[in-house]
Design a protein around this ligand. Sequence first.
Ligand code: CP
Length: 308
Amino acid sequence: MSRFRNRSVLSIRDMDREDLTEVMEVTGQVKSGMHGSFLEGSTIALLFFEPSTRTRLSFESAVLQRGGRVVGFGSPEASSQSKGETFVDTIRTVTGYCDAMVIRHPVEGSARLASEVASVPVVNAGDGANQHPTQTFLDLFTIREQLGDIDGLHVGMMGDLKYGRTVHSLATALRLFGAEITLISPPTLRMPAHILAELTAAGIRCREIEQPEEAGRNLDVLYITRIQRERFGDPQEYESVAHCYRVTASTIDALGGKVRVMHPLPRVDEIAEEVDRMPNAIYFEQAHNGIPTRQALLGLVMGGLAHD
Ligand code: CP
């Protein structure tokens, strides 16, 4: 039986290397067309209290393609939260309407709170600046698909490392694969100290710099995040760092020319469009891997898929 059967998926911190490997392997099977309508009979609730394009639509498409059904809403205004209902009451209600729920919420810890109230598995689709575990599953799958392996790679993470939940989850995962990590950010947007401490405790070689060109010429992956405007309390503080990075063809050349460029998207202006036409750019393939990854995860959680 899968390690994910009936399990809530809340944080990469709750997982070990075998868990992450299981999701990647089953994602590979799903992508290669090995499985059929393994979500038939399942109703998945998609509760998005914060905007989303990729996560919500790829979950929805993933479920429908595999014979399941979806219910839910794409913004809090479309739910009875707009009439004053509490988050906990919403979860207590929706748990009776579905077999699993996928939640995005601006408040850190919301998915975990929901899992304590719900009688069905909860999948965290992003909670504030904390975690985005299903993004990390698809990021790891994409890295392995592109580079063959994850162990020992040199990964640069650049941009808003303070508020970017995708880089928090990814860094937490990479500590299990012995990657070397270079963190590139303005001083005010550095990776939180508790995540740096986890990386150090795991023996990860990790350094912090301010400009991508300082990373040298042996980065395997440059993972870029936008500056997360919605997490800043002070608009002036946001403006002071809003346009601090723009990756161009020259940046890629300075990094040795072979680096794979990843981004969870949406991008604002941190990657020039000329990069889209370069073989280094894999961010749209990355986004499209959201479908097999989320199908694999839901199949394992719901029991329609197993891991050998
Ligand atoms: N990568 C990601 O989470 O994108 P969305 O905000 O569009 O879901």
